[in-house]
Design a protein around this ligand. Sequence first.
Ligand code: ADP
Ligand code: ASP
Ligand code: MG
Length: 453
Amino acid sequence: MPPDRRLRFRNDRGVSARRSDGREGAAARVVRGMVATIIRPTAMGLIVQKFGGTSVADAEKIHRAARRIIAAKTAGNQVAVVVSAMGDTTDDLIELAKSVCKDSPPPKREMDQLLATGEQVTIALMAMAIHAQGHEAISFTGGQIGLVTDNAFSKARIQSINKQRILDQLDHGKIVIVAGFQGITPEGDMTTLGRGGSNATLVALGAVLAADVCENYTDVDGIYTADPRIVKSARKIERISYDEMLELSGLGASVLQTRAVEFAKKYNVPIHVRNSQNDNAGTWIVAETPNMEHIVVSGAAIKKNLVRVTLKGVPDHPGVAARIFGQIAEHNIVVDDIIQNVLDDNSANISFTVEDGDLHDIKPAVDKLCKDLGGKTTATYQSDLAKVSVVGVGMRTHTGVAQRMFRALAEAKVNIQNITTSEIKISCIIAKEDANKALQIVHDAFELEKAKA
Ligand code: ADP
Ligand code: ASP
Ligand code: MG
């Protein structure tokens, strides 16, 4: 059972469509397709908002976000807000740690201790901005709201949240500001939830508080058919299912962290992704419904900076793959695109991809495996790979999608190195230098820029 399934939300208001107070939650309304009616804050609802790094990058932007938060409050809602570190703070802190540690990776516990400071700065400044605008706010770190995680530093998983402190403050009429991306272990150590982890904080709070809406404010108007910074013709999607968004996030659409979408699906929390700089309606991420249009390809994504690990001369007998991937999983490394070829001499070659940020952790684990497997197994690493993917629930019932994608890539002379598929996605491993071009090509091949009738 994945750790998220053990999440213990003390949620006596429930997260089901019908709330214990008798009112219908946002989930039910979205499911019935009445998206337009809840784009504006509902009177006397509970809203959880999240502002990403670019939306709080300087004093002026913090004040702009504060105005939006206050507008939701004065419309009659209770408002809890999750904030990320300002601008590129997290990247800057990572560079700072590298400059101190030079050759060896920084100790993970200390890294989390350092990175958690980024969000702590923003919560205090946001509370100050709200005060300066004449409203009451109180800020909390992850630890202060009992956001307890496991001890997988840098990729910790949320286990429970004690919502009482937040509810007490909301009931006193205060706006509650919570630091995204961070938690605390039962022993009291600071943890972080993986890059983009403020999204997970947003959805976890949305679930535990039974929020009417989770609003994710970012620097683009919503979820697009591809990263709008790479594909200029990308089109904003009005509504997308959790499953499609899960695939897109996992395949590189960094606008939402995969774990956050997992939570949202499990607890049926609708997310509205919006631009913090304008009032445009964004994209709703909701449960799939029978009346939702089953578009064959909804979006395309690119994941760069992948490394292929190949283990050669692996003994071909039962239990070996379980042992290899079990040991890698112990290091909390996500592997993908697994391929095994069995050779005539009763040995096998096994390859898989990892993100290049995981290379430091995976190398020692793989070296140990090679020794443990009897000394004949060797490992090679190929970096500078990328993965281009298309995603759509309609693929379940349509054929020819793979062929169309492969043909488009071939015509543009992009070499496909590996292919992986699921019910609703097709992915091709390609050279990193072809990445942006390949994304544009598949976007064009499926005419994703055209709105579906
Ligand atoms: P924040 O700081 O608000 O968390 P991020 O930088 O993490 O923002 O995520 C927003 C970025 O995600 C956008 O600027 C965009 O470049 C990128 N992105 C990638 N794929 C998509 C997509 N399919 N739709 C929208 N944005 C995307
Ligand atoms: N500040 C963290 C990051 O840059 C978390 C987040 O922004 O969601 O990854
Ligand atoms: Mg982000």
